[in-house]
Design a protein around this ligand. Structure first.
Ligand code: FES
Length: 109
């Protein structure tokens, strides 16, 4: 049985899917991008575009490492910023601790 983390994703259309990490997907953004979840990831993951914006389910927010300053700054400029739940998925590393994570793709900017 695989011990790679599985993530539940709610798309912009409200469709729920379960995605499992594949080899080479080091960040949450890569997992979402490669599974066609509408995450553009225009900057390639260097925290400068906010097109990988997601909302983390409330019960998971405190279980993730907090936002770094650069992530915080970019998100605050986003039209859809939610101070509690917003994250840049490119700044979240895929680890086994993410197993069961639930998130929603934020609206496009
Ligand atoms: S991919 Fe550009 S900020 Fe995350």
């Amino acid at each position: 049985m695989s011990d790679l983390p599985k993530i539940t994703v709610i798309s912009r259309d409200g469709v729920t899917s379960t995605l499992e990490q594949s080899a080479g997907q080091a960040t949450l953004m890569q997992l979402l991008f490669e599974n066609d979840q509408g995450v553009e990831a225009a900057c390639g993951g260097c925290a400068s575009c906010a097109t990988c914006h997601v909302y983390i389910a409330e019960e998971w927010v405190s279980r993730l490492p907090p936002r770094e300053q650069v992530e915080d700054l970019l998100l605050t400029y986003s039209d859809h910023f939610d101070s509690g739940r917003s994250r840049l998925s490119c700044q979240i590393s895929m680890t086994s601790e993410l197993n069961g994570l639930v998130l929603e793709i934020a609206p496009e900017e």
